[in-house]
Ligand binder design. Structure first.
Ligand code: SF4
Ligand code: SF4
Length: 87
């Protein structure tokens, strides 16, 4: 299994610097950072939790293999979902 970055990513670079497997890149034509699905280990064997989603400041930018957000709405801001500005 691997995590994935979706279009809510704001290209802050933070996750790229903490990935132990070098799986996070932004190609010249990519609109946002991407996770290499072949090399992402979900940080197993390196850390207790995925480092990219632990440092990502944007809710819902990184999803698990089922497409579920690692940092769902409200998890970083503390705002209830009814107060979220969904973009
Ligand atoms: S889960 Fe870990 S190995 Fe996978 S992209 Fe994120 S930091 Fe890298
Ligand atoms: S930390 Fe989050 S917002 Fe920043 S580049 Fe990575 S996925 Fe995008």
């Amino acid at each position: 299994m691997a995590l994935a970055i979706i279009d809510k990513c704001v290209n802050c670079h933070a996750c790229q610097m903490v990935c132990p497997t070098g799986s996070i890149r932004k190609g010249k034509n990519d609109l946002h950072f991407m996770i290499n699905q072949d090399t992402c280990t979900e940080c197993e064997g390196s850390y207790d939790n995925p480092q990219c989603s632990s440092i990502c400041p944007v809710e819902c930018a990184i999803v698990d293999g089922d497409g579920e957000p690692m940092n769902p709405y409200g998890s970083l801001t503390g705002l209830p979902i009814e107060k979220a500005v969904l973009v």
